[in-house]
Design a protein around this ligand. Structure first.
Ligand SMILES: Cc1cc2nc3c(=O)[nH]c(=O)nc-3n(C[C@H](O)[C@H](O)[C@H](O)COP(=O)(O)O)c2cc1C
Length: 186
């Protein structure tokens, strides 16, 4: 397989985000590949802005990054039982225009959250929000990191070997899915 390029979307903007750590852990465990994180620091979706100025350049750039990636990793916190506004806003903007960046794209989702469920409800909502765009979202294994502020060591690696094992299994599935997606390309 030629060089694989992974793109990460982090549902939290803060610099110390544990979901960003989780994205980097996922990329490390995936193995040989390039990894870049996209910026979700986008303007709030506003139909007037779209009508007057079209789709903002940063949204178009994000769509192009997704199109160019072999697979997308999405990690996000659970905010009040759902996905963060940052992530929802990005999905809403990406649904505009006719580029269809998600169509057929291999996607692995994961969450890190303060609560004991590790963001499980966020993942349910995220699957539901992605479904209309028809990406190849992996069904599992589910990676949900609870008490995420305690879950990573000083090097940014997951402390719990079972979490590492589950994330490794998800990345192995993603590698298989990328191969299938590449084989399906005309
Ligand atoms: C507005 C807000 C709502 C939150 N709601 C939840 C929640 O419903 N469930 C939960 O487990 N944690 C909740 N949290 C805590 C987050 O899980 C915690 O801040 C987490 O570390 C955020 O991820 P990050 O480290 O990537 O920023 C909430 C935090 C904020 C700021």
């Amino acid at each position: 397989m030629t060089q694989i390029h992974l793109l990460g979307l982090c549902g939290a903007l803060r610099s110390g985000s544990t979901n960003r750590l989780l994205l980097h852990e996922a990329a490390r465990l995936f193995g040989p590949a390039t990894f870049a994180e996209a910026s979700l620091r986008l303007p709030l979706y506003d139909g007037d802005v779209e009508a007057q100025h079209g789709i903002p350049q940063e949204v178009q750039d994000l769509a192009q990054q997704i199109i160019a990636a072999d697979a997308v990793l999405i990690a996000g916190p659970e905010y009040n039982k759902g996905i963060s506004g940052v992530l929802k806003n990005a999905l809403d903007w990406l649904s505009r225009g006719n580029q269809r960046p998600w169509a057929g794209k291999p996607v692995a989702i994961m969450s890190a959250a303060a609560g004991r469920a590790g963001g499980e409800r966020m993942q349910v909502m995220l699957r539901s929000c992605l479904n209309p765009f028809q990406p190849r979202v992996l069904p599992g294994p589910e990676v949900m990191i609870a008490a995420s502020d305690q879950a990573f060591d000083a090097a940014g690696q997951l402390k719990d070997p079972r979490s590492t094992e589950t994330l490794s299994a998800l990345m192995a599935r993603l590698r298989d899915e990328i191969a299938l997606a590449r084989a399906a390309q005309p």
